[in-house]
Design a protein around this ligand. Structure first.
Ligand code: UT7
Length: 395
């Protein structure tokens, strides 16, 4: 099914054209105050809570994971036909061998729906029983978000579906959020999706970025358990620093006056220019600064999450980090004394899939029989924003 692309056959040039334009120290032991009796079971899912809403704490577990990547991919050799680069440099400096790129009818929504269906199947949860869908993405198919189109595609009729943007940290932030909704006792099944199709924003003339990014999606189903002390989230730590925002951007730009057919309304009273079409610029990245940021923040945030979980790095069975650069993964693994058998890395196959990378890595590790029930998984994301986040999960 997967086939290397000949550059002439593939739409990279088309892409280029189109894109130029747990509160307590140990959440397991956390207690929550029940202020009122539980709402009657007959209350329809999604209906508004009354003012004195009751929160009966519940536990949470990871019930299923799934992943999806586009059918077509670009090898390092393919890219060497576009820019001045080579397989040896890319593998040595990043660990990447190829990256998948959407084409044809594929979209962020279609990838997210595929991955979600697999996660639901593993969980044994019917789509109609999903209460909440959190879609972590920076590249929705629609400016207003894609969570609702994913909801429609999988038939999760009863769910609230919303997008969450925290770049490459998005999936970890989504999981922490999703688990809190379950912990509160109101939602039973939460679907968290990490998906990005950043190939839409890559400048295929920029060898500093086009070698890195790929498209892909992973999904996780979280479900409630009756015992509030039985929670898969053992500790977490999340941060952002907007003063570093300029290091990794794809900024909005207004093309005032372009392609309006003279039908658009003026921008504002008294202004002559018609409303233009908006667009987002290509990804711009200061690679060295982001690299330094990552090797500084990831060990720090994972240490804080371990501390909150009352654990040390010796308790980690698997490290599943954002797959941005093998050298960043290796640095963090070395810092925690983790050998390759404890580190999940698939960057060679997929490159940096942004919000998709952590759940894709998790789904593959589960499918390969590496991550098993009861394992302690340390996960961390970092990227644009700047944002960084980590969590200690018990599988
Ligand atoms: O999810 C978002 C998070 N993003 C990241 O985590 C990205 C973090 N940064 C990185 O992964 C690395 O900084 C890069 C992979 C982007 C770049 O690697 P680097 O080791 O920092 O390379 P560099 O920018 O310092 O460039 C070293 C040399 C330069 O040549 P000179 O000036 O030494 O002659 C570059 O022009 O490598 C050159 N170079 C390349 N050569 C061949 C840069 N890109 C390429 C390339 N192929 N693709």
């Amino acid at each position: 099914m997967m086939a290397t692309l000949s550059m002439s056959a593939f739409s990279v040039r088309a892409h280029a054209r189109s894109t130029l334009n747990a509160g307590a120290r140990n959440p397991v032991k956390a207690t929550m105050t029940t202020r009122a009796p539980r709402l009657p079971a007959t209350r329809a899912r999604g209906a508004s809570l009354v003012a004195n809403a009751a929160f009966t704490p519940a536990g949470a577990k990871i019930a299923g994971v799934g992943m999806a990547v586009p059918a077509q991919y670009l090898t390092n050799e393919d890219l060497s036909e576009l820019v001045d680069t080579n397989d040896e440099w890319i593998r040595t400096r990043t660990g990447i061998g190829k990256r998948h790129v959407i084409s044809g009818d594929e979209s962020l929504t279609s990838l997210a729906a595929d991955a979600s269906k697999k996660a639901l199947e593993m969980a044994g949860v019917d789509a109609e029983d999903i209460d909440l869908i959190l879609l972590s993405t920076s590249s929705p198919d629609d400016l207003f978000g894609s969570a609702c189109t994913v909801q429609a595609a999988i038939g999760a009729k009863g769910a609230l579906a919303v997008d969450l943007t925290a770049a490459c940290s998005g999936f970890v932030v989504g999981v922490v959020n999703g688990i809190h909704f379950i912990r509160g006792g109101e939602y039973k099944n939460v679907l968290v999706i990490g998906a990005d199709v950043l190939s839409r924003y890559v400048d295929w003339r920029d060898r500093g970025t086009c070698i890195l990014f790929g498209d892909g999606c992973g999904a996780m189903v979280l479900t409630s358990t009756p015992n509030p002390d039985d929670c898969c989230l053992l500790g977490f730590d999340m941060h952002s620093d907007g003063t570093g925002n300029h290091n990794l951007t794809a900024k909005f730009t207004a093309e005032i006056g372009a392609e309006t057919d003279g039908k658009s309304k003026p921008c504002a009273a008294g202004e002559a220019a018609p409303s233009g079409r908006g667009a987002f610029c290509n990804i711009g990245m200061n690679g060295q600064e982001v690299f330094k940021f990552a090797v500084r923040t990831v060990p720090d945030t994972v240490s804080k999450s371990l501390d909150k979980a009352g654990m040390t790095s010796e308790d980690i069975d698997f490290l599943v980090m954002h797959q941005a650069n093998q050298r960043i993964i290796d640095t963090a693994a070395k810092r925690f004394g983790l050998g390759p058998e404890k580190v999940v890395s698939n960057i060679a196959k997929y490159g940096n899939t942004s919000a998709g990378s952590v759940p894709i890595a998790m789904a593959e590790a589960v499918e390969e029989g590496r991550i098993k029930e009861g394992d302690i998984v340390a996960t961390a994301g970092f990227g644009a924003g700047l944002t960084w986040a980590s969590a200690i999960l018990r599988w």
